[in-house]
Design a protein around this ligand. Structure first.
Ligand code: ZN
Length: 274
């Protein structure tokens, strides 16, 4: 996926996936999503725009698209689906949670976690799927895709005010829970918000599958985020997520400190499997 979606010196660097691949010794290959699976969340027009790219273009001010990005993006989505069905952590790119039904946004081409949620519902007949998103940015794409769908609960912890601007204290709906946190928040603030709001909301919803949009850009020292979450913090967030459903899977979102990323992912894997 990194080779198919070269991003140059952009923050969404292909080395993000290479360092994880070099570090993880237990892994299996993903697969491409089918067109039918992409259409569970995206318009045919958006799918066609990405597929038809013949020379590198920007789909929005942040989102580069090369002639092979489509191939990478369908691998990312298909791999997220497989993890949703079988458990595990989809270490994929390009990432997904800002992608809207009809367009790419904020480094995200197709909304991997959203497609995985709908595929889980369709393939296994699950009625209720919850998505917990702890990327430092609000998962506005996932929020928008499921805003009117009460079979999917979306809960997001994120820095606010911050990119993309949505997800503030008044931005809530019946099955949409946005938890904005002040810049500079660390383990204590995240775990407190999880225990007060995220955990109880997911428990009330009682999902048959919990998907985690696992971004690591809320980590201390991340070049894009402004938070201070530690490895222990991510371990605890993951452990709490794993306790909320019998069936849990994660999909990689952000996290841009290449030195720190493998350790942060390890800590989360540790928490998910504890
Ligand atoms: Zn992010």
């Amino acid at each position: 996926m990194a080779r198919l979606h070269p991003t140059g010196s952009h923050a969404e660097r292909q080395e993000r996936l290479s360092v994880l691949l070099a570090h993880q010794h237990v892994w299996s290959e993903g697969r491409a999503a089918t067109e039918e699976e992409l259409l569970l969340c995206h318009t045919a027009e958006h799918v066609e725009v990405v597929r038809a790219v013949e020379e590198t273009v920007w789909l929005d001010p942040d989102t580069i698209c090369t002639p092979t990005t489509f191939e990478a993006a369908v691998l990312a989505a298909g791999t997220a689906i497989e993890r949703a069905l079988r458990g595990g952590f989809a270490l994929v790119g390009p990432r997904g949670h800002h992608a809207l039904a009809d367009r790419a946004m904020g480094f995200c081409v197709f909304n991997n976690v959203a497609i995985a949620a709908r595929a889980g519902q369709q393939r296994v007949g699950l009625e209720r799927v919850a998505i917990v998103d702890f990327d430092v940015h609000h998962g506005n794409g996932t929020d928008a895709i499921f805003r009117e769908d009460d079979s999917v609960l979306f809960v997001s912890l994120h820095q606010w005010p911050f990119y993309p601007g949505s997800g503030g204290p008044d931005d809530q709906a019946e099955t949409t829970v946005n938890v904005p946190l002040a810049a500079g928040s660390g383990d204590a603030e995240y775990l407190d918000a999880f225990d007060r709001v995220v955990g109880p909301a997911v428990q009330r919803f009682d999902p048959e599958l919990l998907l985690v949009s696992a971004g690591f850009d809320a980590a201390a020292g991340d070049p894009l985020g402004g938070m201070r979450v530690s490895e222990d913090g991510f371990r605890e967030l993951a452990r709490r997520c794993a306790g909320l459903s019998d069936r849990v899977a994660a999909v990689l979102e952000g996290g841009y400190n290449l030195e720190a990323l493998p350790g942060l992912v390890d800590a989360a894997l540790d928490g998910f499997t504890a």
